[in-house]
Design a protein around this ligand. Structure first.
Ligand SMILES: [Zn+2]
Length: 411
């Protein structure tokens, strides 16, 4: 087999394209392949599809292709320019690359696979492309994916805040809870930022939303009430956030009680912080006996702990009515325990009860968002090379957007 035939087969070139020459540069470590078009072919006009003859050929262009063994491989082509009676002289679109790309489809898609496994700097080292080239491929992949995506609002939406870097800068993560993907990352966690997201959709589309899981965060509640029809029945306060209020109360009570005891020389509560916050059955075997003893010492922390644990049963109810009845009992107990942080937490939950009870209808939580959050944490760690927040947000969509990222070309 001749080298030109070999490359013709490797590149999968079909008539009217063929390999004219192949040059191997052992010292430079590269293979250069020249591709030609057969004379006399009628080409389709890229605008209207009408056939036309070759007018001339444009300047030689070079595309980076997948390596041949250890050799960088480059395609050299002078693309034909055809004459259309309606549109004049037009350059023919090559089947091996997307317009304006300096990489072939196969190379671009291989780099996308590499970028899925590591950061832009790492991918650049592995595939010998510059940071800008690697970033360009990632950027185009996300753009392609977003264009292909059907523009619609998810049926089950999760909204979660996440802190960006330090200094109390926040972002809002909007997730599709059905597909477990990130829909978008909004700047800040204000009412305006979420309104900006809802605002892209028509009233009919917003009506299609079945439920929205979120934290009890007023700006999110406000934006959703203002723009999503029937929001009062659709907002579901995330059960893990709800639980966190009660956990925080337990922790406050323990912290205070520990200080008071310590001042009297009593170290009973030392090193017990996490035991009180765990679910009872999760307490490690080695500490179960110790915990059983302090739990029965009639400490304030023990009382708060019992209230926290009993709220867990609330989530097991099947019907909203029964759940509500259980909550009423719990609420009475929690507000009569004379432990201020617990009373406050119970009152907060009571104030938001209607949208806590919606859980029993929709059964959604923000666990998906939380999972994505930890994935995003990893992206952030490997993203020291991201020069700004736009890059960082694009990378989140690249890794967590569930997008169809691959280049497919024009034919
Ligand atoms: Zn035309």
């Amino acid at each position: 087999m001749r080298d030109t035939e070999l490359y013709q087969a490797l590149l999968g070139l079909k008539d009217p394209w063929r390999v004219g020459a192949v040059k191997l540069d052992l010292v430079g470590g590269r293979v250069d392949v020249w591709i030609e078009d057969r004379a006399g072919v009628k080409w389709d006009c890229p605008e209207c599809g009408q056939k036309g003859s070759v007018h001339d050929h444009s300047e030689e262009r070079v595309w980076r292709h997948l390596d041949t063994c250890q050799f960088g491989t480059y395609l050299h082509v002078r693309l034909p320019r055809m004459a259309c009676t309606a549109h004049g002289v037009k350059q023919v679109a090559p089947p091996w690359a997307e317009p304006c790309s300096r990489f072939t489809l196969l190379f671009e898609n291989r780099l996308i696979d590499i970028l899925k496994e590591c950061d832009v700097t790492g991918a650049g080292r592995l595939a010998t492309v510059s940071w800008d080239e690697g970033w360009g491929i990632m950027d185009r992949a996300v753009k392609r994916g977003l264009e292909r995506k059907r523009d619609r609002v998810p049926e089950y939406v999760g909204i979660d805040e996440k802190s960006f870097a330090k200094r109390h800068r926040y972002e809002t993560l909007v997730c599709d809870l059905t597909t477990g993907t990130v829909e978008c990352v909004l700047e800040d966690r204000t009412q305006e930022s979420l309104e900006g997201y809802w605002g892209q959709f028509s009233l009919e589309e917003l009506e299609g939303i079945k439920a929205v899981a979120m934290d009890m965060w007023e700006p999110y509640i406000g934006a959703t009430r203002d723009l999503v029809p029937g929001a009062d029945k659709k907002i579901v306060f995330d059960r893990f956030h709800v639980t966190r209020y009660v956990n925080d109360a337990v922790d406050k009570i323990r912290g205070h009680e520990h200080k008071v005891l310590k001042d009297q020389g009593d170290e009973t509560l030392k090193g017990t912080k996490h035991l009180w916050l765990m679910n009872a059955e999760k307490i490690p075997e080695t500490r179960k006996d110790e915990f059983a003893v302090i739990r029965n010492l009639n400490l304030k922390t023990g009382r708060a702990w019992a209230i926290k644990e009993s709220l867990r049963q609330f989530w097991d109810y099947r019907y909203p009515k029964n759940a509500e009845k259980y909550f009423r009992h719990w609420y009475f107990w929690a507000t009569h325990c004379r432990l201020k942080p617990m009373v406050d937490a119970a009152k907060t939950l009571n104030r938001h009860l209607p949208n806590i009870l919606t859980y029993f209808k929709h059964r959604i939580t923000n666990a998906t968002c939380e999972g994505l959050n930890s994935k995003i944490q990893t992206i952030k760690q490997m993203a020291c090379g991201f020069r700004n927040r736009t890059h960082y947000r694009k990378a989140i969509l690249f890794h967590c957007g569930g997008l169809d990222l691959y280049a497919s070309g024009t034919s």
